[in-house]
Design a protein around this ligand. Structure first.
Ligand SMILES: Nc1ncnc2c1ncn2[C@@H]1O[C@H](COP(=O)(O)OP(=O)(O)OP(=O)(O)O)[C@@H](O)[C@H]1O
Length: 280
C-alpha cells in the first residue's frame, strides 16, 4: 500500500481518484511485509548500536527479561545473522521446528520466544558466509515466516552499524521505536549520531539511549570507577533530545549469566527507566 504524501497542487481529497495517482512520485512506497498469520505481535522494538561489542545483545535480552518480569510476553528476533549470540545466552542449542505454515521460535525457560539463524544451522559453529541481500532476506523471513504467536514485545537485536540489515528491518517490519546502545568511549565519536540519524531519516522513533560499561563499582569501597572515561551520555542525550534509559555498569553477574547460558535468570536492575518508556 502506498502512503499518501500530499504536496502543493494535490487535490484536497487526496490520491484516490486523482488521474496522476499511478505515476505520481510524491507517494511514498511502503515496503512493510505482512507478519506470519500465526503472529500477533503488539510492539516491535529495534536495539541498535553504532559499533560492535558495546553489549547490544545483552541489553536486548535484558529488555526482554524486564518485560517478562512485568508480566508481558516477549520475543527476540536475532537479526545479527553473522554474529548470533542470543540462543546461547539462554542455553538453547536445539534446532527450531517448522511446518508448512511457518517456523516455530524456540522458547527459553522464562518464556522468551527466540528466532535466530543459529537455531536453523545443523551445527551452531558453522559460519554464515552469505552476501548482504541473502542476509537481509533471512531477517525478513524471521518476520514473515515465523509463527510468533502472542507477543507483547518483540525485540530485534540488530547487527552493529547502519548497513543492510537495519535498513531492511526499518523498511520491512512495523518498528515502533529503537533503543540505541553505546559505551562511554563510543559516545565521544559521531557513531551514535549516525545510528540516531538513520532511524530518524526512516521515520522510526528513537525511544532513548542506554550506556553500557558505564562504570565499575569497587567491591570494597563502593566507589564508582569510570573505566572507559567520563560519561557524556547526558550531554549527548540532551543534544539529540532523547531520554537516557539507563547506565549499566560493568557487572560480573551479567558476564556470568551470559557465559553460564543462564540469562533467563537475570534481573537487570539498571534499566527501569527503559520499561517506563516501553510501556507507554
Ligand atoms: N554491563 C556488562 N557487564 C559485564 N559484562 C558485559 C556487560 N555488557 C556486556 N557484557 C559482556 O560483553 C560481551 C559482549 O556483549 P554483547 O554480545 O551483548 O555485545 P554486542 O554489542 O551485542 O556485540 P556484537 O557487536 O558482536 O553483536 C558479552 O560477553 C557480555 O557478557
Amino acid at each position: 500500500m502506498a502512503e499518501e504524501k500530499k504536496q502543493e497542487g494535490c487535490p484536497s481529497e487526496g490520491c484516490a481518484g486523482c488521474s496522476h495517482a499511478s505515476t505520481c512520485t510524491s507517494q511514498m512506497k511502503d515496503f512493510r511485509k505482512p507478519a506470519n498469520p500465526y503472529s500477533a505481535v503488539r510492539k516491535v522494538i529495534g536495539v541498535i548500536s553504532g559499533k560492535g561489542g558495546v553489549g547490544k545483545s545483552m541489553v536486548t535480552a535484558s529488555l526482554a527479561r524486564m518485560m517478562i518480569e512485568k508480566g508481558y510476553t516477549a520475543g527476540i528476533l536475532d537479526a545479527d545473522i553473522t554474529g548470533p549470540s542470543i540462543p546461547k545466552m539462554y542455553g538453547i542449542h536445539e534446532q527450531a521446528l517448522g511446518n508448512e505454515e511457518g517456523m516455530l521460535p524456540c522458547v527459553a525457560k522464562d518464556g522468551t520466544k527466540i528466532m535466530s539463524v543459529n537455531l536453523l544451522l545443523e551445527k551452531e559453529d558453522t559460519p554464515v558466509i552469505w552476501r548482504g541481500p541473502i542476509i537481509a532476506g533471512v531477517v525478513t523471513q524471521f518476520w514473515t515466516d515465523v509463527m510468533w504467536g502472542d507477543v507483547d514485545y518483540l525485540f530485534v537485536d540488530m547487527p552493529p552499524g547502519t548497513g543492510d540489515v537495519p535498513l531492511t528491518v526499518f523498511q520491512s517490519l512495523p518498528v515502533d521505536g529503537v533503543v540505541i546502545v553505546t559505551s562511554p568511549q563510543d559516545l565521544v565519536s559521531m557513531i551514535v549520531k549516525k545510528a540516531y540519524h538513520m532511524a530518524k531519516d526512516m521515520d522510526i522513533p528513537v525511544l532513548g539511549i542506554v550506556e553500557n560499561f558505564s562504570y565499575l563499582k569497587c567491591p570494597d569501597c563502593g566507589r564508582k570507577i569510570e573505566v572507559f572515561g567520563k560519561s557524556r551520555i547526558g550531554e549527548i542525550a540532551k543534544e539529540l533530545d532523547i531520554p537516557v534509559l539507563g547506565r549499566i555498569p560493568i557487572d560480573p553477574k551479567l558476564t556470568e549469566a551470559v557465559d553460564g547460558e543462564a540469562f533467563d535468570q537475570v534481573k537487570n536492575v539498571y534499566l527501569d527507566d527503559a520499561a517506563k518508556v516501553l510501556e507507554v
